[in-house]
Ligand binder design. Structure first.
Ligand SMILES: Nc1ncnc2c1ncn2[C@@H]1O[C@H](COP(=O)(O)OP(=O)(O)OP(=O)(O)O)[C@@H](O)[C@H]1O
Ligand SMILES: [Mg+2]
Length: 429
């Protein structure tokens, strides 16, 4: 199969296995893991733009699309339900959304599964059946406007006040001989916005984990991992205490895969490149798929390395800055800009250092560092935990390969990381 550069360098989430560079093993492993009876809840971690959402969407596609099922040895009949939680503000709206998505086969359509399988159609009908039974029993179901606006040619009661726990029952009952995989993305919004209702979300997970583990699996991620982790805390005071959540980490892709991605795209765009350009691009984007995609797109557009790097840094940087802006508790934005500058330079930041740099109290510095940790910029030790933060600063340097003294490449200054030179030697700085 060949793809256009627009597909290879697309900045949208993707769900075609062949377009997921460097993730073939992860896909195989995940297909295996979700097929296990004793694993129910999954949490995918990784830096910004590393491809968490794409990985999960692609997993859903593989599980439900005939051609890929065969290739990956999938035996079960899977029904995918995908939910992005950014616009879901309450348990009730999540209940409605889950049922609506179940009924309409929304996710299959979204994933371009051309032929909706019979078992998925049966699943939709079963949900409707259950809802009309619930309605005739008068159980918290309302024929309100939500149902009416959702036109399937027949009128059925649309849930209005069904709680999430009941939704789990309905989905489970309706699934019959198939299995359901629910994908929750942008998990951080439940932590941020649901407040008192968080526990209802967790009870939903708990119920699935305790009672429905044989047929329902839940895969989760978010673009900011820390609040998602806090949400899924298994502290003994929390709902999920004692439940297993399988964590799965993804990181940058290998030099080989990253190089292949760029070369495939450039060849398809019939654009020339050389080893210096490719190696430098791998070094400056840290081989993070989303960053590589930005670079590739702009290199095809402008045919100039400098422009492409600078535009890709702008795109990454604006994603990152948005995170800081979204911090509700943030008071003095200038302090954060400065803190990030220092952080990027030193790779590590302690409250004392920061208070000196900014001329503020250690207490204030601590608050800033806590907030930077909350949005994943630094880990508990104050160390830079996500290289995508580097996009806010550009400190490049041309280096000669220390192995052969011949190859060259651009690198990001001040960091200790693996880089490749035009001679193809890979060196840890
Ligand atoms: N394995 C991959 N190979 C090539 N491109 C990829 C790969 N994974 C993701 N991409 C591309 O990278 C970009 C980011 O992907 P995605 O949105 O899935 O990442 P994410 O980790 O969910 O990001 P965010 O932190 O913004 O939520 C998209 O343009 C996507 O098409
Ligand atoms: Mg994402």
């Amino acid at each position: 199969m060949t793809f256009s550069y627009a597909e290879i360098f697309s900045d949208k989430e993707r769900f075609i296995p062949e377009l997921l560079y460097g993730r073939q093993n992860d896909l195989k492993k995940l297909v295996n893991l979700v097929s296990k009876q004793d694993l129910t809840l999954f949490f995918i971690k990784g830096p910004r733009r590393s491809g968490k959402s794409s990985l999960l969407l692609t997993l859903l596609k593989i599980l439900s699309n005939g051609e890929y099922k065969e290739k990956f040895g999938v035996k079960d009949y899977w029904i995918p339900i995908m939910v992005k939680l950014d616009a879901v503000s309450s348990p009730i709206s999540l209940s409605n959304l889950l049922l609506r998505r179940g009924i309409t086969n929304y996710t299959l359509k979204k994933l371009n599964v051309r032929k909706i399988p019979t078992y998925a159609k049966a699943f939709s009908e079963k949900i409707e059946e259950q809802l009309s039974t619930a309605k005739s029993l008068g159980g918290g179901v309302n024929l309100g406007s939500v149902g009416a606006s959702f036109n399937k040619g027949k009128s059925f009661a649309f849930p209005f006040s069904l709680d999430l726990s009941l939704v789990a029952d309905i989905l489970y009952e309706a699934s019959e001989n198939s299995k359901i995989i629910i994908m929750f993305d942008e998990l951080q919004y439940v932590y941020e916005n649901w407040k008192g209702d968080r526990s209802l979300f967790l009870q939903f997970l708990k119920k699935i984990s305790d009672e429905y583990y044989d047929k329902i699996k839940v895969v989760m991620t978010g673009s900011i991992i820390r609040p998602a982790e806090l949400l899924l805390s298994k502290d003994y005071t929390e709902e999920l205490h004692g439940r297993h959540i399988e964590e799965y980490d993804i990181r940058e892709i290998s030099f080989e895969d990253a190089e292949k991605m760029l070369i495939d795209g450039f060849n398809s765009a019939k654009i020339s490149y050389d080893d210096y350009i490719i190696s430098s691009a791998l070094n400056l984007t840290f081989r993070i798929p989303g960053w590589l995609a930005y670079f590739g797109k702009y290199y095809v557009e402008t045919k100039k390395f400098d422009n492409a790097i600078s535009k890709s840094y702008e795109e990454m940087g604006s994603q990152i800055k948005e995170e800081v802006r979204k911090l509700k508790k943030i008071k003095k934005k200038e302090y954060y800009d400065k803190a990030i500058d220092v952080l990027v330079k030193k790779g590590k930041l302690s409250p004392t250092e920061l208070s000196k740099e900014l001329n503020i109290s250690t207490h204030e510095a601590e608050i800033i560092l806590n907030n930077l940790n909350y949005i994943d910029f630094i880990d508990e030790k104050g160390e830079l935990s996500d290289y995508t933060v580097i996009s806010l600063k550009r400190d490049f340097k041309e280096m000669q390969c220390p192995v052969c003294n011949k190859g060259k490449a651009l690198i990001v200054e001040g960091l200790h990381y693996f880089v490749q030179f035009s001679c193809k030697h890979i060196v840890k700085l």
